[in-house]
Design a protein around this ligand. Structure first.
Ligand SMILES: Nc1nc2c(ncn2[C@@H]2O[C@H](COP(=O)(O)OP(=O)(O)OP(=O)(O)O)[C@@H](O)[C@H]2O)c(=O)[nH]1
Ligand SMILES: [Mg+2]
Length: 323
């Protein structure tokens, strides 16, 4: 991730506006914003040694053919003050804001809501109404399993306080943890997909394919780990694919890291479990372009021919490369 000086941010402003969307990650220091971004990048080893973010860090990537400009706004007090002062530069032209609240630190909730309110006031001054998504973060599975009631009560208290303190057309909520990757991937995928009409076309194509070949579950994931299309027979399959897809991606990364001249990895993996076959296949629209991944889950024994899923990939390629 690059750190941008004020001048560079200004220079990039025009470009960003014309083609793409701006996503802000905001919240207090130590809330977990950069960790969420690193987990989306599958850079898990870096999370352990993460340092507080200095100022605003920006990254631009592509999602379904559109540029996403993602700003990670370091949350230390001195930086927060500077964003609020220079609000047009930092908050202007925002399409989506993800506001991260550390629910393991109830002492700072009030401070966090004040900052959220300050940002919303700035949106009003700027006459914009971005989609706001609050992440109740650090709801680690281990903690949630032990203290579900306490956590639910913290969340409902925060929601109550928000209702009293904050006046905004709609705020969406998600529960997340870096120890439950699917919580982050699902939240981000759902947020992004709302912005893209192409996703409808992708899902129609997937529906047809899954019906024809008796597929129990299927996910298409892009290079940033976002699910851009999916189908599930039932909740068990949904849970199964959501929880395993980050590890298929990571395993695929690991194989690619060790590839050599003599040993080129195939771009396909198959796993047998629960009487089911999981097929994981990487594909790209053209040379040098970003990768996409297909994960299919089918009952063991009911074969899926290479030509069948290749036909699906070809259809997807057509949709994805359409302007
Ligand atoms: N238990 C737990 N710890 C987390 C989680 N996400 C992040 N952390 C930890 O929280 C600490 C702060 O994470 P950061 O990602 O640096 O927080 P930040 O919001 O980017 O902080 P600033 O850059 O200062 O604004 C780190 O020690 C992370 O390991 C989570 O889901 N669960
Ligand atoms: Mg940070």
């Amino acid at each position: 991730m690059e750190k941008y000086s004020r001048l560079e941010i200004l220079k990039n402003k025009e470009k960003e506006n014309s083609n793409g969307i701006k996503i802000l990650f905001t919240g207090l220091d130590n809330a977990g914003k950069s960790s969420i971004i690193l987990s989306l990048l599958r850079e898990f080893s870096k999370i352990g040694i993460i340092r507080p973010t200095k100022g605003a860090q920006r990254r631009v990537y592509e999602f379904l053919g559109m540029n996403i400009s993602e700003w990670d706004l370091g949350g230390q007090k001195k930086y927060r003050d500077s964003y609020l002062k220079d609000y047009d530069l930092f908050f202007g032209r925002t399409d989506i804001m993800i506001y991260v609240i550390d629910i393991q630190n109830p002492d700072r909730i009030s401070e966090s809501l004040t900052y959220l309110n300050d940002i919303i006031e700035n949106f009003k001054k700027l006459k914009i109404e971005p989609g706001i998504y609050v992440f109740f973060h650090k709801i680690d599975p281990e903690i949630y399993n032990k203290a579900q009631k306490e956590i639910e009560s913290i969340i409902s208290k925060i929601k109550n306080q928000m209702e009293k303190k904050i006046n905004y057309r709609k705020i969406n909520f998600n529960s997340t943890s870096i120890f439950d990757l699917s919580s982050i991937l699902n939240a981000m995928s759902e947020i992004l997909i709302t912005k893209f009409p192409k996703s409808r076309l992708i899902n129609d194509t997937i529906d047809e394919f899954t019906r024809k070949f008796n597929v129990e579950g299927l996910e298409i994931v892009d290079d940033n780990s976002f699910i851009i299309g999916s189908y599930y027979n039932d909740d068990f399959i949904k849970n199964l694919l959501n929880s395993t897809v980050p590890y298929f991606l990571k395993l695929n990364d690991a194989f690619e890291d060790v590839k050599s001249e003599q040993c080129q990895p195939e771009d396909k993996m198959m796993i047998h479990r629960f009487g089911k076959v999981f097929l994981f296949k990487k594909f790209t629209l053209q040379k040098e372009a970003p990768f996409y991944y297909l994960l299919i889950c089918k009952e063991e024994g009911s074969e899926l021919n290479e030509q069948d899923y290749k036909a699906l990939i070809n259809l997807l390629k057509k949709i994805l490369s359409k302007e």
